[in-house]
Write a protein that binds this ligand. Structure first.
Ligand code: AMP
Length: 192
């Protein structure tokens, strides 16, 4: 059965970096990052204004774009989706019986999320919208109000395996090791 790995975690959880490290070692996975997918839409797409405001694109639009990509792929590493309960429900309904679905929750406390973002700003390496305190707060609130309920819903779904990875205030390699151990132990990835 094909695998569908959902990488979920708040800002500063290292989600993107950890996903890329995982892909480098497991090239059989197709990486689908909804943020990048949406940012690549043509200039004249009516969705661009929504994305630029940092608001969520309507479910039907993002689901439509995602569906064909998932169908065409083999094993999938999904980053940035689901972000809310309705998206998690759609995913399980559509693909729950076709894919071995594994929700990976990168768990770090909100205080650490803030600290990580502040560090990124100080280092000048953060995203443009990290520099905007209001946008940072809004993204944290959205995560807490919309994405956490989706994560918690996935915990209890019968045909979804749920892995919780504690993210420490430590270098990325330390957290990658924790993630990799859990994925190997649960046979999500195979290393020779
Ligand atoms: P990101 O790079 O993941 O922060 O995504 C950039 C933007 O794409 C977000 O601010 C949203 O406007 C949009 N986006 C990404 N993923 C989703 C999603 N699952 N549902 C709705 N909108 C999304």
């Amino acid at each position: 059965m094909k695998k569908l790995v959902l990488m979920m975690g708040g800002q500063g959880s290292g989600k993107g970096t950890l996903s890329k490290k995982l892909l480098a070692e497991n090239p059989n996975f197709t990486y689908i990052e909804t943020g990048a997918m949406l940012r690549a839409l043509p200039e004249n797409s009516p969705l661009r204004a929504i994305i630029e405001r940092g608001e969520m694109v309507p479910d039907d639009e993002v689901c439509k774009l995602l569906e064909s990509k998932i169908i065409a792929a083999g094993d999938v590493l999904l980053d940035g989706f689901p972000r809310k309960v309705s998206q998690a429900q759609w995913l399980v309904e559509k693909f729950g019986d076709k894919f071995d679905t594994i929700a990976v929750y990168l768990n770090l406390p909100e205080s650490l999320m803030l600290k990580r973002i502040q560090n990124r700003i100080a280092e000048g390496g953060g995203r443009a919208d990290d520099a905007n305190a209001v946008a940072v707060r809004r993204r944290l609130d959205t995560f807490k109000q919309e994405t956490m309920p989706a994560i918690n819903w996935l915990r209890s779904v019968k045909n979804v395996r749920f892995l919780e990875i504690p993210i420490a205030d430590a270098p990325i390699d330390v957290n990658y090791k924790t993630l990799k151990s859990a994925l190997v132990a649960n046979k999500v990835v195979n290393y020779r």
